[in-house]
Design a protein around this ligand. Structure first.
Ligand code: C5P
Length: 242
């Protein structure tokens, strides 16, 4: 992770958002700090991003209560900033910390430990042309149901995609979307629905492209997901040293 030169702002910055409380996980501490085969969940993706030759700066967004004494295992050079109430607030805090320093910004969920270097490269390359998200095809048949749970119809799945992180943005685009957010372009209650960053672009009519995601790039939401992640390491599907 070479140092970025603020004067040229040519580099790539990565924001890892990890300020959530993880209520669905149901443990005493947020899922991103739970041990995953010897390292906290969050440490896995931070290490991959720090070690990636295309990534110049890494910002980790933590809950405000953790910022004063951040985890000792965070690698040197990683900037820690306090997040906000909603994910979008945390991304904005990370983007502000990078402001002006980089030309491209990746936004990654700290709850996805198994992001691969190859996926980071695909997103970095894709983001040079505009916002980009990694996606994977939907294998299941998808139904739409009414409020009572009765089937209303079948949704053709050939053009449906599941969306992952890291998502990549030209810094100017990400900052513009957040500046409009600050200016009240949409209502605060929408913030809870902003589960990814491409959504901001979609609302502004900015084209978002896709690159192939990675089925191993699991998001840890429940205790079952953590068990699956551990099994992926123990069976060698994910290299323990990643
Ligand atoms: O809640 P969910 O799992 O969708 O959160 C996705 C990511 O966003 C997690 O890594 C979580 O820590 C982060 N987040 C955040 N600030 C919030 C809410 C979520 O950084 N206020």
């Amino acid at each position: 992770m070479p140092a970025a030169d603020p004067a040229t702002a040519r580099g790539v910055g990565a924001i890892v958002v990890a300020a959530g409380q993880g209520h669905r996980f149901g443990a005493s501490r947020p899922k991103q700090f739970v041990d995953l085969c010897g390292m906290p969940v969050l440490a896995w993706s931070v290490r991959t991003l720090v070690n990636h030759s295309a990534v110049d700066r890494v910002v980790v967004v933590l809950a405000p209560s953790r910022v004063a004494s951040p985890p000792a295992w965070l690698p040197d050079g990683v900037l820690v900033v306090p997040g906000g109430v909603f994910r979008a607030d945390s991304v904005r805090a990370g983007a502000a910390a990078l402001a002006g320093d980089v030309e491209t910004v990746l936004v990654h969920d700290g709850a996805r430990p198994f992001v691969s270097a190859e996926l980071v490269s695909r997103v970095v390359d894709g983001a040079r042309g505009g916002p980009v998200v990694p996606v994977i095809a939907v294998d299941d048949t998808v139904k739409r149901v009414d409020e009572g749970g009765w089937i209303e119809g079948t949704v053709p799945r050939d053009r449906l995609r599941r969306v992952q992180t890291p998502q990549g943005f030209p810094a100017a685009v990400l900052n513009r979307t957040h500046a409009l957010d600050d200016a009240g372009a949409w209502k605060a209650q929408d913030a809870a629905a902003m589960t990814d960053d491409a959504l901001l672009c979609e609302r502004l009519g900015i084209d978002v492209s896709t690159v192939e995601g990675d089925p191993a790039n699991l998001k840890i939401t429940t205790a079952r997901d953590l068990a699956l992640a551990r099994a992926m390491i123990e069976t060698g599907l994910i290299a323990a040293g990643n």
